[in-house]
Write a protein of this length. Structure first.
Length: 314
């Protein structure tokens, strides 16, 4: 089933989408909770697109990606001359989103000072640009997201309790991919079709044994990890055979989350290196033949070998 552009089959995700249906037409503040890569921004977009604010802006702000010293200006904007270098007025993202929806991702990374200012914005329904004493009336729906336990952050003194309760009006918990395994084949097929079209390749074929491994993998990077894996499978796929168990990265054989997991980008690089090494081994390290089997140009293979320091036989 596909709803709001989201592919689901698992009961846990169906429940999430029922909640989206139930709250979309209300102005309720929503707190999305879930591990990195579980699709929190997609759910936020679904809430916005099905609301009566759909024709107004949807503004996503990754609080963890913007330097702390720039975050205040990013959110609130400034008047001309508010500080050195402020040669003109700048409209903040909160004001830009007026009438629409603001999605605050990684909300836990906001500094205490900005937590206070954001709390005031939510309470007063107005925003004051830096250097201005005149509040601007604000009508936005706030959707916040966290990949940590915000209540634990409150208890540790890292997050304001009053802001937590302002944001936690309607919490929605997104299950990790390992708890919605019914969705893995559907998501994998979707991403493979997407990348096959992008790279002008045929649809990748996977053996049942390889699919069983993917179904039992714990997916620490969640949907984002699966998406990255799908791209690698398409790019490196040899059209003369199916992707088999031996073609999968070692990380896919770990069935339970551990503290030793690599970042999913590192895991994908590790997989790509291992895949190329296996093909080189199969062809007796004949680079021309290996490149042909992988469906890539020989020069591309040479660059990859240099990148992964695969310049000689083991």
């Amino acid at each position: 089933m596909r709803r709001f552009g989201i592919i689901v089959k698992s009961p846990k995700m169906e429940r999430v989408l029922r909640l989206v249906d139930a709250i979309s037409k209300t102005p309720t503040t929503v707190l999305l909770i879930g591990e990195t890569g579980t699709g929190k921004e997609l759910i936020a977009q679904a809430i916005h697109k099905t609301s009566n604010r759909a024709d107004k802006p949807f503004v996503a702000i990754n609080c963890g990606a913007i330097p702390h010293d720039l975050m205040e200006r990013e959110l609130f904007g400034n008047v001309k001359g508010a500080f050195t270098g402020a040669y003109q007025k700048a409209i903040g993202k909160l004001e830009y989103a007026n009438g629409g929806t603001v999605f605050l991702d990684e909300i836990s990374t906001l500094t205490p000072q900005l937590q206070v200012k954001l709390l005031r914005v939510i309470q007063e329904k107005s925003v004051e640009p830096i250097g201005s004493l005149i509040p601007i009336e604000l009508d936005v729906r706030f959707i916040a997201a966290a990949n940590v336990n915000l209540y634990e952050e409150v208890k540790k003194g890292n997050f304001r309790e009053d802001l937590y309760y302002r944001l936690n009006v309607l919490p929605i918990e997104l299950p990790p991919l390992r708890e919605r395994t019914e969705d893995i084949p559907l998501l994998l097929q979707h991403f493979i079709e997407e990348y096959a079209h992008k790279y002008n390749k045929k649809i990748v074929s996977i053996t049942d044994e390889a699919m069983n491994v993917l179904m039992t993998h714990s997916w620490p990077g969640n949907i984002r990890e699966l998406q990255n894996l799908s791209e690698v499978l398409v790019v490196l796929w040899n059209e003369n055979r199916k992707i088999d168990v031996n073609d999968l990265p070692k990380s896919c054989f770990q069935k339970a989350p551990t503290a030793d997991y690599l970042d999913y980008n590192d895991a994908m690089r590790s997989f790509e290196k291992e895949f190329i090494r296996n093909i080189l081994s199969e062809t007796g390290w004949n680079k021309t033949e290996a490149a042909k089997k992988m469906g890539i140009h020989r020069n591309t293979l040479l660059l990859k070998m240099k990148e992964f320091e695969l310049n000689s036989r083991p």
